[in-house]
Structure formats: C-alpha cells, structure tokens
Ligand binder design. Sequence first.
Ligand code: KG4
Ligand code: ZN
Length: 358
Amino acid sequence: MIVLGIESSCDETAAAIVNDKKEILGECVLSQEEHKSYGGVVPEIAARAHLEHIDEIIEKTLKNANIKLSDVDAIAASSGPGLIGGVVIGVMAGKALSLALNKPFIAVNHLEGHALTARLTSDVCYPYLLLLVSGGHCQILIVKNVGDYERLGTTIDDAAGEAFDKVAKMLNLGYPGGPMIEKMAAKGDENRFTLPHPLSNSGDMNLSFSGLKTAVRKIIESYSPDGKLEHAILNDKDTADICACFQKTAAECLTIKLEKAIRYFKASYPNGKDLVVAGGVAANTYLREALQKLADRHKLLFSAPPVRFCTDNGVMIAWAGLERFQNGYVNDLDFKPRPRWPLDENAPKAAGAGGVKA
Ligand code: KG4
Ligand code: ZN
C-alpha cells in the first residue's frame, strides 16, 4: 500500500510518499522564508506561498520516489487544524488528485500526523502516552488507536512552541524561536534566574506558559534603563543564561505534569509501555533528554521521531493517512477543511475542564 501525503497547514509546504512497510519512498519540504522579517507566520502570505509551490513539491516528491501518480493507492492531505488559507490549498490539491486518479481521499488531522509519526520511525504500540508540543498545541494524550484519543491535559494559554517563539522575539533571536533558544541555551547557565512553574500544584494535568513568559519579560526589562523591553541592554552571556533558564523551566513544567500522566496511564492502561514526544518542540534535545530520564525512572520506553520529522513535514501526513486507510477511514470529496479540530472530539468527556485528575 502506497500513500501520498500533503502538508500545508502552517509555513511548511510539504509532501511525502510512504508504504505499509514503513518505507519513506520520497519526500520534499519547503520551509517558507517569507515570514522571517515579521517575527511570526503571516497567514495570507503563507497561503499564497503554498499555492505557488504545492504542485512542484508534489512533483519533486514523485520524482524522488521514482514512482508514477498511478502507483499511489490513496491521497492524504492535512485538513486542519491550522491556518485555513493554507489548509484549503493542500486539501484542494489532494482532492483534485483523488478525483483525477479515482483514488481515495483521506482527510488527516494535522495533530494526528504528529501523534502517529513515532509509529513509523520506531516500534511504538497502542496504547501509548503522548506529549504533543508544537507551535499551536501543547497536550498530554493517551493514543489508544488511530482516531481514538484520551486527552489528559492541555495548555490553558500559550502552546509550548509559542512560548519559545515569544521569548525568542523578546530577545531579538528571530523566528522560529525554538531552535535559536536551544542554541543559545547550550552556552548558558540554567541556574542563574529562578522562574515560576505555573499550574504545577493545580492537581490536574493542564499546563500554562503565559506566566513563565511574563517572568522572562520582567527579567529582560530589569536590564533596561527605562524599564522598557526594547531598550534592554543584554550581553551574549545574559541572553544565553535567560535562554537556558527558560528552556530548563519549560521542560520542568512539562515533566511535572507528565509525571502525573504516567501514574494515570499506568493505572488505566497496564499494557501500555511507551512514552512518546511529538511536534516541533520535540526537536529540542534538552527536552528529549529530560523525557528520556523521566521514562527510565518509570520503566517506560521513550520514543521521539528524528528531529526532521518533529517539525511539520509530509511524511507524518502520509503515514497517518496510511494508518487511517488501513483502518478503513476514507473521506468524501466534500470534506470541509477544519481550522479547529480537536483530536479527542469523539471521546467521552473526562472529568474536569480539559483533563482528568491524576
Ligand atoms: O510542529 P511545528 O513545526 O508546527 C506546528 O504545528 O505548530 O512546530 C513549530 C514550533 C515552533 O514554535 C518552533 O519554535 C518550535 O516548534 N521548535 C522548537 C525547536 N524546533 C522547533 N522549540 C524548541 N526547541 C527546538 N529545537
Ligand atoms: Zn505541526
């Protein structure tokens, strides 16, 4: 079985072809450079750039894989959640190919793409505990099966990647912020500043990054002669130390809640063996090491996709599409792209807002 996947929900235009032997036959990712000077993704610019490049990205992917379109068994497109202008472009391209080739169309939830990637790149079995940390989402979930999720906790404000991006912006490190923060943090002293761990005593598994970001802002402002962030005078060491302290605290916030989630997971799913991290922030080596230690302490197997499959890519959509197809999920061509699409929308509601008690 061979599936072509298309991704266009944020600022990566990407496509990939995978088969049911877990082989990546071809792939191509274009990270849009157009947004750099804006310090964030501009939806309209993103949509236009997707439109301009999507055909050539699909063509390159086919060439890469050395196969013809007619060899593909199904076409999957990232159909939300995301920036709707971009999502529409990928979905339209997917539907057009599906119609022309008379092959099934599969609408993939972008988050499911992140969630299932580790099953392609390692031997992860259902059910598993997942930390999903990207630019737009931050959730702790149990992945019971394809399309079957139990959400234990979520952020009540900023996503983890959003916090990295906002802190990077305050420090003039450019966009996307995560990789730059990680680079600077490697040279910094992670114990110089004490930062808060919001919601750490809340009893549930929800997360919050807004207070952490504000605490970083206050530290930066304290280096400004007039208290204004933009006038702060920071040398390289100050910047590196702030990055290191922020990165350490963000990782701690995540592991504190995961500790609770692991207890719940082990009690509720005694056959579950894996802790998985996915999404753009999963590319962070410091976080991966912290999660490896956490998993070791709790005798779970830790898996993280290779770094290039943590940030948005076509492989994750092709693979999730393939798993959906194998399980008999296909979509009609009138499927409407969804700007919002919770992974657990069909699950029975757990106790408490956005999560269950540990
Ligand atoms: O999954 P992704 O590519 O797009 C979304 O679906 O949101 O995630 C992008 C996010 C950005 O916020 C980016 O700063 C963050 O992932 N990110 C990182 C790292 N690489 C990317 N955050 C921390 N450390 C990294 N090395
Ligand atoms: Zn993503």
